[in-house]
Design a protein around this ligand. Structure first.
Ligand code: NAD
Length: 478
C-alpha cells in the first residue's frame, strides 16, 4: 500500500452521499494506509458549522458502519475541516482556496486537489467554473469528480459537459458510475482474458441472448422528488446497465490501458442500433408499481413528493441490438425496476447449441452476479462455477471476490492514482443518451396506463412477452 497525498474538497459535505458513502470509504482507506498523514478533507455546505461540529457528524455516521474504537475515528476526524459555502458566491471560493493552501502546508499534501461534487447536479457546472476562475487550481494535480445524474437527456448532458469542459480538461474529469466500482464489473475484462474458451464464445455465433437485470425490492423511499425528474430508464439504464453491457460486449481489449478500454466501449455504444418510434413501442415496455397484494405498501403515486397522476416509470424492460460483426442478431434484454420480488444485479449470458463445438454444453447459461448472492459470484446453469462439471470460466486466482472493496472505496483509490479506466467518458455518454432520448421522446408522446404492476412482482406481463415473442425467456424469474 502506497500512501496517497491530497486535499479533498467535498461540495455538499453535509449531504447524504457524503455521509453514507464518501466518509466511510475514506475511513476504510485510512485504516488500510492509503490515506495516512498527508491528506485533509474540507467539507463545504451552506450551513455555518464549526470544524468540531462537522467532525462530530462524520464520527456519528462512521459509527453506523464500523465498530472501531472512538479514538481511531477521532484521529481520522482530525483531518476534517469545514467551510461554509454558497456555490454562487465568489468570495467563498477564495476562502476555500486559502484554507486548502493552509492545510496543504500543514499536512504536506503535495499540492494535489480532488474536487468532489456531492451536490445537486444543477450546481456542477457553476462550481467547476468557479474553481477555475477563482484560481483554486494548483501546480499539483486537480481532479474533478462528478456524481450522477450526468444530465437528463442528450441536450442537458451536452450543456453540462460544455460547462465543466471549459474549466477542466477531459483527462482530469472523473465521472462516477458506481457500478464501475463494483468488483464483478471491474473483473469482467479479466475473466474474458483469462478464459479463452469463454471469450471465444462471446459473439453472435454462439450467444443466443444476453440479459442484464438490476432489480430492487424497495420502492423510491424518500427519494420521490428526485425520481419524479428521472424514472428508471434514466436512473439505471442509460448509465449502469449500459456500462455493464460495455464491459461484457466490447471487443476484447489488447491491454488494460484506460484509453484502449474506453475506445472499445465507445465503439460498441456507437454501434447501438437506432430505433424508430414504432420500434420503441415493440421493444421497450414501462411500468409503475401499484400497492402490493395485501394493499399495505404505497403505490408509486402515493409516495411522498410524487404527483398523484405521475407517469414516471419505476420499471422498464427492453431489447437492445448492435450493428456490429460481433453482435448483430443477438438481442440484449435489459430490465430494471423497483418493488420487484428480490434485490439482484446480474448478467445472464445464454449460449446457443453451437457452443458444443467449443466444448461447452449446448444452451449453457453463465450468470455473473454483480452483487454476490449467498456467497456465489458466477453460476453455470444455476450452479456455482466451482461445483459445476464445466470449467470454461473461472476467476484468475488473485481476482477472487474475498475482501472485495466497497465500490466507492475502489473508485477513490483510482481517483487518487489518476486511473480513469473505471469512469465514464463523454463519448460513451453521448451515444447512450442519444439512444435513451429516442425512447423517452416516444414515451412522452403517449399516456401509459399506470399503475400496471403489483409491488413484489416481476413487473407488467408485457416484460415477459417481450422475450416470448423471440422464443426466449428471462433466466431470473421468481
Ligand atoms: P443532499 O441533498 O443530501 O446533499 C446536498 C448537499 O449540497 C448538502 O450538503 C447541502 O448543504 C449542499 N448544498 C445545497 N445547496 C447548496 C448551495 N446553494 N451552496 C452550497 N451547498 C449547497 O444530496 P445527496 O443525496 O447527498 O446527493 C448529492 C449528489 O450526489 C447529487 O448529485 C446526487 O444526484 C448524487 N448522488 C447521490 C446518491 C445518494 O445515495 N445520496 C447516489 C448517487 C448519486
Amino acid at each position: 500500500v502506497t500512501e496517497k497525498s491530497a486535499i479533498f474538497i467535498i461540495f455538499g459535505g453535509s449531504g447524504d452521499l457524503a455521509h453514507r458513502k464518501l466518509y466511510p470509504s475514506l475511513f476504510r482507506l485510512y485504516k488500510s494506509g492509503f490515506l495516512k498523514d498527508h491528506f485533509a478533507v474540507i467539507g463545504t455546505a451552506r450551513r455555518p458549522w464549526s470544524d468540531d461540529y462537522f467532525r462530530e457528524t462524520v464520527i456519528t455516521s462512521l459509527k453506523d458502519y464500523f465498530d472501531d474504537s472512538e479514538s481511531v475515528m477521532k484521529e481520522f476526524a482530525q483531518h476534517f475541516f469545514y467551510q461554509s459555502h454558497d456555490v454562487n458566491d465568489s468570495e467563498h471560493y477564495i476562502a476555500l482556496k486559502n484554507l486548502a493552501a493552509k492545510l496543504d502546508d500543514q499536512f504536506s499534501a503535495g499540492h494535489n486537489r480532488v474536487y468532489y461534487m456531492a451536490i445537486a447536479p444543477r450546481f456542477f457546472g457553476t462550481v467547476a467554473e468557479h474553481i477555475n476562475s477563482e484560481g483554486l487550481k494548483t501546480d499539483g494535480y486537480n481532479r474533478l469528480v462528478i456524481e450522477k445524474p450526468f444530465g437528463r437527456d442528450l441536450d442537458s448532458a451536452c450543456e453540462l459537459n460544455g460547462n465543466i469542459s471549459k474549466a477542466f480538461p477531459e483527462d482530469d474529469i472523473y465521472r462516477i458510475d458506481h457500478y464501475l466500482g463494483k468488483k464483478m464489473v471491474q473483473v469482467i475484462p479479466d475473466l474474458r482474458a483469462h478464459n479463452p474458451k469463454f471469450e471465444k464464445a462471446l459473439n453472435n455465433k454462439y450467444v443466443s441472448n444476453i440479459q442484464v437485470t438490476l432489480a430492487e425490492k424497495i420502492g423510491v423511499e424518500d427519494r420521490g422528488g428526485y425520481y419524479e425528474t428521472a424514472g428508471v430508464l434514466r436512473d439505471m439504464v442509460q448509465n449502469h446497465i449500459m456500462q455493464i453491457i460495455g464491459a461484457t460486449a466490447m471487443d476484447e481489449p489488447e491491454a488494460t490501458d484506460a484509453k484502449i478500454i474506453h475506445k472499445h466501449k465507445c465503439d460498441l455504444f456507437a454501434s447501438l442500433k437506432e430505433m424508430t418510434p414504432e420500434q420503441v413501442d415493440q421493444d421497450f415496455v414501462r411500468g409503475q408499481y401499484d400497492t402490493d397484494n395485501l394493499g399495505e405498501e404505497n403505490a408509486y403515486r402515493q409516495e411522498d413528493k410524487v404527483a398523484e397522476d405521475s407517469n414516471i416509470e419505476t420499471f422498464t424492460a427492453g431489447k437492445l441490438e448492435f450493428d456490429s460483426d460481433r453482435w448483430s442478431g443477438v438481442p440484449f434484454y435489459v430490465r430494471s425496476g423497483k418493488r420487484m420480488p428480490d434485490k439482484t444485479s446480474r448478467i445472464d449470458i445464454v449460449f446457443n447449441e453451437k457452443v458444443d463445438e467449443l466444448g461447452i454444453k449446448p444452451n449453457t447459461v453463465v450468470t455473473l452476479l454483480i452483487e454476490r448472492k449467498d456467497g456465489h459470484s458466477i453460476l453455470i446453469n444455476g450452479i456455482d462455477y466451482k461445483e459445476s462439471a464445466q470449467d470454461f470460466i473461472k476467476f484468475p486466482e488473485e481476482k477472487e471476490f474475498d475482501n472485495a472493496r466497497e465500490a466507492y472505496e475502489s473508485l477513490i483509490i483510482d481517483i487518487l492514482s489518476g486511473d480513469r479506466v473505471h469512469f465514464t467518458l463523454w463519448d460513451e455518454l453521448r451515444s447512450t443518451w442519444k439512444y435513451i432520448d429516442t425512447i423517452e421522446e416516444r414515451w412522452a408522446s403517449q399516456t401509459p396506463e399506470f399503475p400496471n404492476y403489483i409491488s413484489g412482482t416481476m413487473g407488467p406481463d408485457s416484460a415477459e412477452m417481450l422475450l416470448e415473442r423471440d422464443g426466449n425467456s428471462w433466466v431470473w424469474d421468481d
